[in-house]
Design a protein around this ligand. Sequence first.
Ligand code: AHG
Length: 338
Amino acid sequence: MKPVSLIQFLIEERRAGHINAELSLLIEVVARACKRIGVATGKGALGGVLGEAGTGNIQGEAQKKLDVISNEILLEANAWGGHLAACASEEMEDPQQIPDGYPKGQHLLLFDPLDGSSNIDVNISVGTIFSVLRCPDGVTEPKAEHFLQPGTTQLAAGYVVYGPATVLVLTFGHGTHEFTLDREVGSFVLSRRNIRIPEQATEFAINMSNQRHWQAPMQRYVGELLAGKTGPRGKDFNMRWVASMVADVHRIVTRGGVFYYPLDAKIEKQGGKLRIMYEANPMAFIVEQAGGAATTGRRRIMEIQPTGLHQRVPVFLGSKEEVELATHYHLEADGAMS
Ligand code: AHG
């Protein structure tokens, strides 16, 4: 079969009425920027890009040089295309406006420029996550409040994983599709159309070092997974934790499984570890479009009305039956099932 490039795929999606020309251009620009991030990441120690930038982001986390470089690449690439009303980044406190004199579009772009960046220095996969929303009608200078839309309103979401191969996974709400970067040609090529995540799983991803801080229903659920064949689940489960959400989620959209970053006593006050706008919502959209589920352990992530650009939530996502069971245990413990 003839390979389908990302550009050809976007033309198909336009013809099918799933996206308009502006959204198509936006995705092309983001994909091009991600190729540049992939090149910067791939240079490793030779590019002088490893290590700390000596600055902190809005969450007070130390920024890596590549966090800053990736953020700049995405901002710069998206400034002039005329497809954006504004963008927001995990690395910046406030939304970034389109510079004066540049054409503006109808879309809002949100991104985590380099997720899992604590893994860069040890040469483990990292990635970019993005989400696209429509700018509310009549708004010319979008502020944070205009970005605060539930995940169900996303027009597109995607991630790029910079691993052994550079891979883009994308949804417009009509299935989830995977593109692999042909490094020699320099273009993304469709490698899987309409990805399906198996409803059952035998592999789970969680940071077990937080176990003692988890709430009781999480202790119960993971305890049963660990008990394996001799426990109530009657089967053995395998565990993986890359600590790069893109890499862990990519494993799940490739061979199934579940990913959990639950609430625990250490992070209870901040509401969770992962950010709803930059991580949870886009990944939830991608996973749901692949037949999986995504909850906070108590409710569907994409139905949450966000209250802050940098709000955090617990994240349970992946194979539907596992996410539903873990969510059921939490609701049962809360007494919501009676
Ligand atoms: P960061 O980008 O700051 O390295 O955060 C990574 C995120 C996410 O990608 C990953 O799943 C999770 O944080 C890992 O958290 P732990 O370090 O607590 O395991």
